[in-house]
Design a protein around this ligand. Structure first.
Ligand SMILES: [Zn+2]
Length: 638
């Protein structure tokens, strides 16, 4: 029975007025949602997805109406004749266990949503079918000390005694999985795109100095993408909000991306892990995913492949062409490896890996552009967006635009790049070798006979080529090799676990680099290689360690393992290390602190309690880790 699978053929839901309040104590959401809809074809029932909710009132066109509920869908069973502007109002209360998360960050609370893959209908009666696009206008009441963010433009804020009600407005429709709600203590900076779209950058008040490195290149990439795509940014405003312990890197909710606060970085942290790629990726989704949405999982690459490709173009605008080809090179290597392991799939298989959807999808677009040329490619993308704006798409919708413009069939291309199970690695390799940078990288190979590796290492080859040499032949590293970029020096730090005496001074200079990863690696290796100088290294890095949690954890562990260093302060250092296991910190930071403490057999009562509590963490990586470690701890005790 799938009579109701395509409700969109009978009913068109057009607009939603959502009025909710969020109760952090009860971890619940309650309120009223009113849907405005047209009946297109006679039908004997209408449903709204709503998981495990309770309802106090349901009315149709202003009159209370009978409904049935099976804990998944709310049904109105009556004969609907074709008609316009009908109104369905639902008073509900939900206590979501997913899709909306209540998170503690120290003394403060955050609430944030994740619709894709989790279903917005876990907290708000809405539609799981991506083909149902609705203009959602959200109004949210919450504690007046907090900031509330949702899709669209902020219209006004109503002030009450202890709460504020935030009214947001959308003027175009979207799929329910793109509805967003964030509550937290935030400030924001506002930029403006060249086309006049306000770009709002949210941050926690204590992170004001990290705003620039975190959001670096935002405006440049926004302006670039608008021009490159050739279709005006489709929404009234663009917001980005970093949230605590997010499930993924980022999520492209319509007009409001949320991303992991692990990407909030300072100047040195920027060199280790930054938000630039995720920033560009989620922004590209505002067109590819939000404006045009895949009809089904089979066409998922139209979202992820396009977002990955356009993110790479935006990064090329910032970092140059070599960067662009380097990433394509890496993607091709990963895809070839996947095939070798027998895990390759057609791009149209809904069960494909993320690697396939994202990176093979990206490759399809690069190869297609190479084949048909810039002019046709760009025109096809523009027409595709214009034709299907605020609607749903499948692969043929895009391919046919290109075929019309180039006047011939692309079925051979589609078979090779999209339909076939195998990624066309040979063809990708041929396209890559158009780049002199890739040619050079391939040429530099220390394993080849007559290799000129030591010559290349001192010449002007790219950083990537130098890193390749260092990894293949660490013994070639000499004093001069240290006169290189932060990136190459990071590779030196990692490769030289055993530090030759004659490079000791050069290696020590790595402790000054603008990269926490380099500093941590160098500190650990120096501490291990030269025990007599442990105190010197710890003193040198103390100030730097205070700026980064991962660095601080390593520093504390080394201090606790260095008998003569600051003996009186050891109890405080230990307490500080244990504190990194608490819920105040990101799950990645906590996992690292737990690992060290368990390794040192030093997980005390506080640490154990934190580990026990982490078993119920909303992020599966954290909960899985906690469960495994707790088991190990028990086994070791017995
Ligand atoms: Zn994506």
């Amino acid at each position: 029975m799938c009579t109701f699978a395509q409700q969109t053929q009978y009913v068109d839901f057009k607009k939603a007025d959502v009025n909710v309040s969020v109760d952090i104590e009860k971890k619940s959401v309650s309120g009223l949602v009113t849907y405005y809809f047209d009946v297109l074809n006679a039908v004997d029932s209408v449903f709204v997805d709503a998981k495990n909710m309770s309802f106090s009132d349901v009315s149709l066109d202003g009159n209370e109406v009978e409904y049935s509920y099976d804990s998944e869908k709310l049904w109105i069973k009556k004969k609907f004749q074709p008609s316009k502007n009908k109104e369905l109002s639902i008073s509900f209360e939900s206590s979501p266990t997913k899709a909306l998360y209540f998170v503690e960050k120290g003394e403060e609370s955050q609430v944030w949503t994740q619709g894709q893959g989790k279903y917005t209908s876990n907290w708000l009666p809405s539609f799981d079918d991506m083909n149902e696009k609705i203009e959602f206008d959200l109004s949210i009441a919450y504690d007046k000390d907090y900031e509330v963010v949702a899709n669209g433009k902020l219209v006004n804020i109503e002030e009450h005694e202890t709460t504020k009600t935030w009214h947001y407005n959308m003027d175009m429709p979207m799929s329910s999985y793109l509805v967003v709600l964030v509550v937290g203590k935030f400030n924001k900076q506002t930029l403006s795109s060249e086309s006049g779209i306000p770009i709002e950058l949210y941050y926690c008040p204590e992170d004001s100095l990290k705003v620039e490195p975190t959001y670096r290149y935002t405006k440049q990439m926004f302006d670039f993408l608008e021009k490159e795509i050739g279709y005006k940014y489709p929404w009234q405003v663009y917001k980005q909000v970093p949230v605590h312990d997010f499930l993924y890197a980022g999520m492209e909710n319509t007009s409001c991306t949320i991303f992991s606060d692990a990407f909030v970085v300072d100047e040195a942290g920027f060199n280790d892990r930054n938000y630039v790629n995720v920033n560009a990726h989620e922004l590209a989704h505002q067109w590819f995913g939000d404006l045009v949405t895949a009809k089904s999982g089979e066409h998922h690459w139209l979202q992820e492949g396009f977002a990955t490709y356009y993110a790479l173009l935006a990064e090329q605008d910032v970092f140059g062409e070599n960067y662009y080809f380097w990433r394509l090179y890496e993607y091709a290597q990963e895809l070839q490896m996947q095939d070798k392991m027998g895990q390759g799939t057609s791009l149209l298989n809904p069960q494909s890996s993320s690697l396939t959807f994202y990176k093979r999808g990206c490759w399809v677009l690069h190869a297609l552009r190479e084949k048909v040329g810039d002019v046709i490619f760009k025109q096809a993308v523009k027409s595709y967006l214009e034709k299907h704006a605020f609607g749903n798409v499948e692969t043929a919708d895009f391919i046919s635009e290109v075929e019309v413009l180039c006047g011939k069939s692309l079925s051979e291309f589609v078979n090779l790049w999209i339909k076939n199970k195998a990624f066309p690695f040979e063809e990708a390799q041929r396209l890559l070798l158009k780049s002199p940078f890739i040619q050079e990288y391939e040429m530099v190979d220390c394993e080849a006979a007559n290799s000129k590796c030591s010559y290349y290492l001192d010449s002007y080859v790219s950083d990537e080529a130098k890193i390749k040499i260092i990894q293949q032949k660490p013994e070639l590293i000499n004093s001069k090799t240290f006169n290189n970029s932060v990136k190459v020096r990071k590779a030196i730090a990692q490769v030289l676990a055993t530090i030759p005496k004659h490079l000791k001074t050069d290696y020590e200079s790595l402790l000054q680099d603008a990269s926490y990863v380099t500093i941590e690696t160098a500190l650990y290796n120096l501490w291990s290689n030269f025990p007599e100088e442990r105190q010197v290294y710890l003193n040198q890095t103390e100030a730097m360690s205070l700026k980064n949690e991962a660095t601080r954890i390593l520093w504390l562990v080394l201090v606790l393992s260095t008998p003569d260093f600051n003996q009186d302060e050891k109890p405080e250092y230990y307490e500080e290390l244990v504190n990194f296991t608490s819920k105040d910190f990101n799950y990645e930071v906590r996992m690292s602190a737990f690992e060290y403490l368990l390794m040192l057999n030093a997980c005390n009562e506080v640490c154990e309690l934190n580990l026990e509590a982490a078993k119920n963490h909303h992020n599966w990586r954290m909960s899985k880790f906690a469960k495994e470690q707790m088991e190990l701890l028990k086994t070791n005790k017995n």
